[in-house]
Ligand binder design. Sequence first.
Ligand code: SF4
Ligand code: SF4
Length: 261
Amino acid sequence: MDGAEVMDGAEVKDKICRMARSLGANLVRSCSVDKWEEIPIQEPEFWPKNIWPWSRNVVVLAIPLFAPMMDTTPSMVYQELYDTSNRVLDDMAYRLANYILSELGYRAIYFPRDCYYSIEVLVDNPNAAFSHVLAGYYAGIGTIGDSHNLLSREFGPRMRLVSILTDAPIPEDEMIEGNLCVHCRRCLKSCPAHCFTEYGDQPYIMDKVECTKHHVEIKNSHHWPCGVCASVCPVGDDLKMYRKEKTVTKEGIVHCQSFGS
Ligand code: SF4
Ligand code: SF4
């Protein structure tokens, strides 16, 4: 518990990053809570230091969603992948926060990866308690695409995120300069609920309520979430091994959609 007295910020961060990777995180980045104020996107009630005043920094972890499984959406194969990624993320975040608290001697909590009770709740109140997309943006994991998904170089939007808030004095990572979105409009054209409206050279206006209603609909038909806007996005090194071919055949998609729900 005396680690805070003997280690500098870089050493603390190195330990946190090593632990996060040993727990299975592919990407680990951090930012100061001041980023929410310096580049204001959300209302102050969502800023970490207004939620938990002890917080000084946010550590963001990301893991991939496997493109071929995601490309079967909507299917039980994708739903199980989504559920598994959520369990893995919460488990990693719990263990990392506990490590920061118990082994390194700093305060730490984590925000679970979704932070809403059920998709139906979002129809009336379409905001989660904490945006991991914004945290990942401020921490340099990726940039926000026209689809409002966070796009990383490694996985495009095919990744899931979780965030740990701490008072550990860790240096922050650089944000990514420019925008990884190539403005191809595939997300706009593919959205089954027509949620996106073009808005000059800004990210599309997104109708969150329509997106949520679509999720309720497909949940009631026993396979969700949607994720088409992330599935069709061409950004991400994860697609390179498929050499621009389909990640899964049409027959494979039909098969996965025909069974299990
Ligand atoms: S998740 Fe589906 S319904 Fe929602 S914006 Fe993306 S493509 Fe549209
Ligand atoms: S599908 Fe195209 S327009 Fe949409 S977020 Fe990805 S790169 Fe941007």
